[in-house]
Design a protein around this ligand. Structure first.
Ligand code: NAD
Ligand code: ZN
Length: 355
């Protein structure tokens, strides 16, 4: 069965293109009561970007905090806040920030038109009704959240996205100027998320020409950013993220993402840094990728924390292994159909003990 997946229909790219945001959203303001919600990372409070958000009188500027990665309880709270603002639905929800803020915007736009808690929709194609029009403005590049059909949420029982065609953004605004002041370590961690997406896609058993074409280009762009320190590195990383997201959309990620989900579930480790930590322990599976990753780390002068699992209780370790091994498609992509005989619980434990 071939997957027939939805793409973002509208994309604008270029330094300074955020200035066209008002014009873009204007098309959604079809009546006099129309109002938009700007779901914005609170790191921009009081910064220049805040002044550039094209707010109209009735619009809501909804600051979001992403110290913790998005939780279903936070999505439910924010959705209620939007619903309580006016008696009508907003005409647009715009996410401004990194993967977390973009995911929050996707989730709010879905939950405004679907009843109950967001926990009900963690899974594949559970969403019943189309979302409110939603757009994204990435201010951090690497996750590919701007092109994906999921919004990753941690719920009381699981860390799982709301995967659906309705999740896909209606518009993305790719302005490389917005990522130029990201702190160096965060820039690296999120950038490596993209690099790892490409390695896992290109080395995976699910590879096909569609994923390969996007993955190879994205990998080449990552090298220009993190090895050559290219003068146009912001433009390049923004496109690498987009292409990396397109590559995994039609293949899958692999062992690193599976292990990082376990790590994140038990220790709350954030996605980018978590992927860096687990990737460093996967030389056996991705020898060339891990070698190049270490070169990039050296080149950018970034280090990663180590010894994370040294003081875990047995229960925590067992949970970490269960969460990681629960991601069947990721392991199948990495190791093939027979993956269960290769990635045993003992093997997974030995990998976790390395980090
Ligand atoms: P993030 O959005 O969690 O942000 C990381 C930090 O960078 C935060 O402190 C944020 O405030 C700050 N930040 C963002 N932009 C900044 C800027 N321009 N200047 C200064 N600081 C800035 O980081 P991320 O790595 O982009 O996203 C990770 C999240 O994305 C996780 O929640 C992960 O689950 C999710 N994710 C989603 C998908 C998807 O397809 N939906 C894919 C991968 C990851
Ligand atoms: Zn990732």
């Amino acid at each position: 069965m071939f997957r027939n997946f939805k793409l973002v229909p509208n994309v604008i790219f270029g330094r300074g293109c955020f200035s066209q945001m008002d014009e873009i959203i204007e098309k959604q303001r079809t009546d006099t009561d129309a109002w938009a919600v700007f779901v914005t990372d609170d790191v921009f409070q009081g910064k220049d970007l805040e002044k550039r958000i094209p707010l109209h009188d009735k619009d809501l500027l909804l600051w979001v905090n992403v110290d913790d990665e998005p939780k279903t309880s936070y999505v439910d709270k924010l959705t209620l806040e939007v619903k309580n603002t006016r008696s009508t639905l907003p005409c647009a929800v715009i996410g401004i920030g990194g993967g977390s803020s973009m995911d929050l915007a996707k989730a709010i736009s879905l939950m405004l038109t679907n009843v109950g808690s967001s926990t009900l929709y963690q899974g594949w194609d559970l969403i019943q009704n189309p979302a409110v029009y939603h757009a994204a403005v990435p201010t951090l590049s690497g996750t590919g959240a701007e092109v994906s059909r999921t919004t990753v949420l941690t719920g009381p029982e699981k860390k799982l996205g709301m995967n659906s065609d309705y999740t896909v953004f209606d518009q993305i605004v790719l302005d490389p100027e917005l990522i130029q002041n990201v702190p160096k370590d965060q820039h690296f961690y999120t950038g490596m998320d993209c690099y790892i997406h490409c390695v896992e896609s290109l080395e995976g058993t699910f590879l096909n020409e569609f994923s390969k074409s996007y993955g190879e280009k994205s990998l080449a762009l990552c090298r220009q950013v993190f090895i050559d320190n290219h003068q146009d590195k912001d433009d390049k990383l923004m496109m690498a993220s987009f292409f990396g997201g397109m590559s995994i959309a039609y293949s899958q990620v692999g062992a690193c993402h599976a292990l990082s989900y376990g790590l994140s579930y038990v220790l709350g480790t954030h996605h980018g840094i978590g992927c860096c930590i687990t990737f460093d322990a996967l030389e056996e599976y991705y020898p060339d990728g891990v070698k190049e990753f270490r070169t990039m780390m050296e080149q950018t002068g970034i280090d990663i924390p180590r010894g994370l699992t040294a003081n875990l209780s047995e229960t925590q370790m067992e949970t970490m292994i269960t969460v990681a091994l629960g991601l069947d498609p990721l392991w199948e992509n990495c190791l093939g159909k027979d993956w269960k005989s290769i990635m045993t619980r003992d093997k997974a434990r030995s990998l976790f003990l390395k980090i």
